[in-house]
Design a protein around this ligand. Structure first.
Ligand SMILES: NC(=O)c1ccc[n+]([C@@H]2O[C@H](COP(=O)([O-])OP(=O)(O)OC[C@H]3O[C@@H](n4cnc5c(N)ncnc54)[C@H](OP(=O)(O)O)[C@@H]3O)[C@@H](O)[C@H]2O)c1
Length: 297
């Protein structure tokens, strides 16, 4: 999801090469092969040799690393997720010459959610494996003096067809009409993926280094956000009730309660800001990603 927004944001400024994992669009030889679109290459970043080859072949000036297993529960049970979530950062950051810029997309999951909202310098204390993997990758990336780390919360925007995200789950909760409960405990700040991509471009073009939070200023629980989406699209959410207990799969990853990120540092550099959830709904409707009956407005 973010990768596509990054390509669109960076292409006007840089010559962008996209790395994809698996796609039917490829007529490619693994590691080096070109797809039908000359600027897309198929690489398995969980393979250390392919990471090193990728840098050696393309000699990029900048690497923006946004490839992860992002499913908290998958990472909790699959220790092999570390090959993509930690080792690829080690390999890519290690292989890129020191003159190159390395940008790593990290997550609000590095915090424990007990004392949100969080600033960049606040103590990290992940409560799940995915968060711990992000902490480990951040530490590896920070060994490069000019590294840029951008922490983001839950993203909302155009989703890859095979990887439904927050927007799909909210729409499904509204559309299926099945009675049930939605989490009314954990706070989320759904941030438009296009805004995050714009923040990365802003930071890159200003040669910023260090850690930055990139998050929309408002948000709510999944129940609250889904209710607002239903209001916006003129649908009913009466079939869903708020759950005062955190909802997660059996043996699933622990969820932090409030991992809100403060983006003050980015705003003080002059970044114009992030769309609120209400404004993002309008943008999503404009793009045809949700029905556009502007009931909330
Ligand atoms: N989405 C969120 O709510 C959220 C929240 C916090 C942080 N983040 C961070 O934001 C970044 C982007 O997340 P996203 O939501 O855009 O993720 P996404 O939609 O799941 O995309 C992940 C990308 O990783 C690629 N990938 C997976 N395995 C790979 C492999 N072995 N080798 C090469 N590429 C591989 C996938 O490529 P293919 O499609 O070709 O397989 C896909 O393009 C990540 O760093 C994530 O941790 C996201």
């Amino acid at each position: 999801m973010l990768g596509q927004a990054l390509v669109e944001a960076l292409q006007p400024v840089y010559q962008v090469i996209q790395i994809r994992h698996q796609s039917e669009a490829f007529d490619a030889v693994r590691g080096t092969g070109r797809s039908a679109d000359e600027k897309i290459f198929e690489v398995d970043l969980s393979d250390p040799a392919e990471c090193r080859n990728m840098i050696a072949i393309h000699k990029p000036d900048i690497v923006v690393h946004a490839a992860e297993y992002t499913d908290l529960d998958y990472c909790e049970s699959m220790s092999s997720s570390r090959w993509l979530n930690i080792e690829s950062a080690r390999m890519l950051a290690g292989a890129l010459p020191l003159s190159g810029r390395f940008v790593f997309i990290s997550s609000d999951q590095v915090f424990d959610g007990a004392r949100g909202p969080y600033r960049e310098a606040d103590k990290r204390n992940p409560v799940n494996t995915y968060g711990a993997q992000k902490v480990a990758a951040e530490d590896l990336v920070r060994m490069r003096k000019n590294a840029l780390i951008v922490r983001v919360p839950k993203l909302i925007g155009r989703e890859p067809e095979d990887q439904p995200g927050l927007l799909s789950s909210m729409r499904q909760a509204i559309d299926t009409r099945e009675s049930g409960k939605l989490d009314d405990v954990c706070h989320h700040s759904p941030t438009w993926s296009v805004d995050v991509a714009a923040a990365v471009r802003f930071l890159l073009t200003r040669d910023a280094v260090g850690i930055f939070h990139a998050a929309c200023p408002d948000g709510g629980t999944l129940y609250d956000l889904t209710q607002r989406l239903a209001n916006f699209t003129g649908q009913s959410l009466a079939h869903k009730k708020p759950s005062s207990e955190i909802i997660k799969p059996c043996n699933g990853a622990r969820r932090p309660v409030n991992n809100q990120l403060l983006s003050q540092k980015l705003l003080e550099l002059g970044f114009p800001g992030f769309h609120s959830f209400a404004d993002t709904l309008v943008l999503l409707a404009d793009q045809g990603l949700i029905p556009g009956e502007l009931a909330e407005h």
